[in-house]
Design a protein around this ligand. Sequence first.
Ligand code: IMP
Length: 207
Amino acid sequence: MKLIFATGNQGKMKEIRMILAGLSLEIQSMKEANIDIEIEENGKTFEENAKIKALAIWNYLKEQGEDNCIVMADDSGLEVDAMDKQPGVHSARFMGEDTSYVIKNQAILDKLEGLTGQERSARFVCTIATVYPNGRVTSIRETIEGEIAKESSGENGFGYDPIFYVPAYGCTTAELSLEQKNEISHRGKALSQARVEIERFLQEGEG
Ligand code: IMP
């Protein structure tokens, strides 16, 4: 059976393959599955967006006669409490899709100028929607709590990682290795739960 993950992001696919390794499933990105459809992510919440993506692909595959696939999609982003939980579902589009994260991150640091401690609280959120071959849809939500750092630091990861400070580790998520980040991150935790869910499905054959 195939599991198609609805993303074109290579960084995400790397994390996904690592966490879902060893399952008796062929894991494919949209590109590998030759799926090239435009999906409008117009949901108001992470949950809605993940479901919109997963169902759009599941429906497309069904139309193509592929009815034995699991489709998974995630939606994730950064919520900054002092910014009314923005950029939220607009994390990728914040200040424009093509604007570099050096600029986006600096803009957030500037907005939080003068705030300290808990006033800088923030979280990464990840939701994963899964559509099973019989059309059943499930949803998982996980977060990692942290603070917006005082300045950017670290070279690993992507996006907002250089400004996301994790007090328990005393560093930003851009200063963690991919393995360390996967253990504690919103996406790592959500994918681990998804793995448990898929393992149960493969064992019990429940749809
Ligand atoms: P998505 O690809 O629609 O889920 O958008 C996710 C956006 O949220 C990314 O483009 C990043 O801007 C941000 N984001 C989500 N997860 C992370 C993370 O682990 N590190 C840094 N930024 C993230």
